[in-house]
Design a protein around this ligand. Sequence first.
Ligand SMILES: O=C(O)c1ccccc1N[C@@H]1O[C@H](COP(=O)(O)O)[C@@H](O)[C@H]1O
Length: 206
Amino acid sequence: MIPVKICGITNLNDALVCQKLGVSALGFVFAPSPRRVSVEQVAQITRHLSPLILKVGVFVDEDPLRIHEVMEACRLDLAQLHGAEKPEHCQILGGRVIKAFRAGRDQPDPEWRGAPLRGILVDSYAANVYGGTGQVFDWALVANYRKLGFPLILAGGLNPENIGAALRRVQPDGIDLSSGVEKSPGIKDPDKIARLMATIRNSSSP
Ligand SMILES: O=C(O)c1ccccc1N[C@@H]1O[C@H](COP(=O)(O)O)[C@@H](O)[C@H]1O
């Protein structure tokens, strides 16, 4: 089954629901967002989670030394970078990085080839917002980013209704959802997550 990341977790209950439903990774947003969380909140949540689920911090143009501090304090496995960060950032973070590109907006410049990354994420572009837009982009644009040669995570407006089509069309190495599985900004909807996981499970059975 394809690895699933649910982003914008703000409370332990939502995190435990995701863990129980078989989600592979949880995202915590440390950038301006209706889903923004503090270091203290995330440290409290992650101490109750299985060591076998990945914990990911989401940052926008944050000082890499600060990111490192936050990752240590919150026991995070990876940093997901949504701003104008450069490959040097990823080096400082020991390569424990997923770099986000906004489809059609951020160019997959050659400087990223061979950068110390675990993978790239392709998200939608919306003016003045760095993520969590709830908007789908033209999936044909993914081809441009695949050329960088990293495992590719698809994001941007995914939800239980469109996930089947997205998997068939893009065949990503992972998917990332935030607003499409919420009741309201920052509060997840267990029914939507259960439907999402059931659809993915059915679409990956032989
Ligand atoms: O979720 C946020 O609020 C957010 C804020 C700033 C940067 C990234 C953010 N989340 C990431 O945005 C994409 C897509 O979200 P959506 O499914 O379209 O709502 C995803 O990669 C989240 O990790």
